[in-house]
Design a protein around this ligand. Structure first.
Ligand SMILES: Cc1cc2nc3c(=O)[nH]c(=O)nc-3n(C[C@H](O)[C@H](O)[C@H](O)COP(=O)(O)O)c2cc1C
Length: 162
């Protein structure tokens, strides 16, 4: 098994509407281009990440439906991630509404409550971004914000390379 490398970063995500994947790709772009990190992107629906021992940095992202963070993303946090830098994000329509109260409650419910189940993780950053809803191909709502995702990725990149 490959030894851990400070440069190696894993981004795992679970998406149904595509937004978490778009964010994961944006974060990967920033970490590669601005911080020269070596990033592997894994869609948890296609495969489970392997050889976790090689990664120093791990980012987990998941969407939210019916008041719950997608289960594969939550389950991934049960892996042995001790000693690694961890970042976590969700995509949630409630988090993307301009109403600060809605953002805060989404953040508490989907980000903080999820991470509270894993108190030993070394979490260096977490965030709740907006989402998108399409029904039968028709766009019903889109409060995604890739500029916010990019800014967050820069903060995370700094923490990973400190
Ligand atoms: C059936 C359904 C239920 C949803 N339930 C919630 C919810 O409870 N809270 C929320 O903030 N967003 C909810 N959303 C919006 C999703 O968070 C949004 O679609 C987001 O983009 C999902 O991430 P994904 O695109 O990576 O799948 C729901 C969307 C759908 C289609």
């Amino acid at each position: 098994m490959a030894a851990e490398s400070a440069n190696k970063t894993l981004i795992v995500y679970e998406t149904k509407m595509g937004v978490t994947e778009e964010s994961a790709k944006k974060i990967a772009d920033v970490l590669r281009s601005k911080y020269q990190l070596e990033v592997d992107l894994v869609d948890l629906k296609e495969q489970n990440a392997q050889n976790l021992a090689q990664y120093r940095n791990v980012i987990v992202g998941g969407g939210v439906r019916g008041g719950r963070v997608y289960s594969r993303a939550k389950k991934f946090l049960e892996n042995d991630l001790s000693g690694k830098n961890i970042a976590f994000f969700v995509s949630s329509s409630w988090a993307g509404t301009p109403d600060e109260g809605s953002y805060k409650s989404a953040r508490t419910r989907f980000v903080e409550n999820t991470l509270a189940k894993h108190p030993k993780l070394n979490v260096v950053g977490s965030e709740a971004f907006g989402g998108r809803i399409k029904i039968l191909g028709k766009l019903m709502l889109d409060n995604t914000d890739l500029v916010k995702v990019e800014a967050w990725a820069e903060e995370i990149g700094k923490k990973f390379t400190q």
